[in-house]
Design a protein around this ligand. Structure first.
Ligand SMILES: Cc1ncc(COP(=O)(O)O)c(C=O)c1O
Length: 385
């Protein structure tokens, strides 16, 4: 048993109120626990058990890249942490997204927080899709604007809400929705934005490097690249590296350098990670992209053949279970049988819309997918019959 010092006991006592909240979370089957594991390409090892990893966001599965680790850290970018490698990568990203300029943040989450809170002001109106990611929701809360949540991908609702008066109007959507795997109605959104003079912002964390020509993302897929005013993404998904970034007009990036707190008041992303992203950006992504498309098709069709209702058209394939406990049981069954897919519950998704969020990667071989499908078939017999 742990022996607490007098100070620790006092501290523990003062925070006892936390237990009540934890108990409530547990009662609702919403308790989350960290699991330690080692992700290795197509597999992950957890407690010595080797499982097929069907919940990785390293979609392209670019083989590991050799980089030199020099000085790990210096300071924030505006002080002495602005390594030369940033210039190379930012220029490449801006060009890739056909924008004038780009800015790298330590994470995609921070890119959203930083950029949105910098350009949206008091008196403005923000139209945000109801399924937008937590980082977008939090970013909007940081502004003094009026926030209007439109029904998921519902263009009539968006149009209606855009009639409200405001100084500047912003429409924010994800490119590929992270928990549903469906694509935003980006073509219509850009048309509506154009008519109403609203700024279009896309968080394309899950579409970037994955869809569109040369992995240019959801705007390229819908041929609306020129109509996107601010593009926000992550380097930690398709590219399988680490970090976040924005691309936009030069003046927007300039203002973010000057005003966005999650850029200014934090240490620079270590340069070896920037170098790592750049090398992966330059690698033969096309081969990986094709493999990912093939794997997505094989898994999606296989699941549909078994009888699962699949509505996604991307590498993110949710199996909607509904009840939280049932989703946990489903996840546990898959785990016991050798497949790792984390059940996703409220508040990440709405209440009673718990799901198994499968994500396909190019790491998986045809045999890996066949094996996974056998286990999903077993699960179908157990949970649906
Ligand atoms: C839609 C979306 N935006 C932003 C982020 C945050 O990106 P990062 O993991 O780089 O912080 C995520 C990550 O899950 C996401 O799904």
């Amino acid at each position: 048993m742990t022996n607490f010092s007098k100070e620790q006991v006092t501290f523990k006592h003062k925070l006892n109120f936390v237990d009540a909240e934890l108990d409530e979370i547990k009662q609702k089957n919403l308790y989350r626990k960290l699991r330690y594991g080692k992700a290795q390409g197509s597999h992950i090892i957890i407690n010595g058990k080797k499982l097929l990893n069907l919940c990785s966001n390293d979609y392209l599965g670019i083989p590991s890249t050799k980089i030199q680790m020099k000085q790990l850290q210096s300071s924030s970018r505006l002080v002495s942490g602005n390594d030369e490698s940033y210039k190379k990568l930012e220029e490449a990203l801006a060009k890739h997204k056909s924008h004038q300029s780009s800015l790298i943040y330590p994470t995609g989450y921070m890119a959203n927080l930083g950029a949105i809170s910098t350009i949206v002001k008091k008196g403005d109106l923000v139209l945000s899709d109801e399924l937008n990611h937590a980082s977008i929701i939090e970013s909007c809360k940081l502004t003094d604007s009026k926030i209007s949540i439109y029904k998921h991908n519902d263009m009539e609702d968006l149009k209606k809400r855009l009639k409200q008066k405001a100084k500047n109007k912003f429409v924010i959507t994800e490119g590929i929705f992270s928990m549903d795997g469906d694509l935003s109605s980006l073509k219509q959104i850009t048309e509506i934005s154009e008519k109403t003079n609203a700024v279009t912002i896309v968080d394309d964390a899950h579409g970037d490097f994955v869809i569109g020509k040369d992995g240019k993302g959801t705007p390229d897929y819908f041929k609306v690249v020129k109509k996107i005013d601010l593009y926000i993404s992550s380097l930690s998904k398709g590219l399988g590296s680490f970090g976040g970034y924005i691309t936009s007009q030069r003046n927007v990036v300039d203002l973010c350098v000057n005003k966005s707190k999650s850029f200014i008041y934090t240490s620079a992303l270590p340069s070896f990670l920037v170098e790592y992203s750049f090398k992966r950006f330059q690698s033969n992504r096309e081969i990986q992209k094709k493999k990912l498309e093939k794997n997505t098709k094989q898994l999606t069709e296989g699941l549909k053949e078994i009888g699962y209702e699949i509505n996604s058209h991307s590498q993110i394939i949710p199996i909607i279970i509904g009840n939280e406990k049932r989703a946990m049981d489903f996840g546990r069954f898959l785990f016991d049988n050798g497949v790792y897919v984390q059940p996703i519950r409220y508040p990440t998704v709405p209440k009673n819309k718990a799901r198994l969020r499968i994500s396909v990667t190019a790491w998986l071989s045809t045999t890996d997918i066949e094996k996974s499908l056998e286990i999903f078939e077993k699960a179908y017999r157990k949970f649906y019959n």
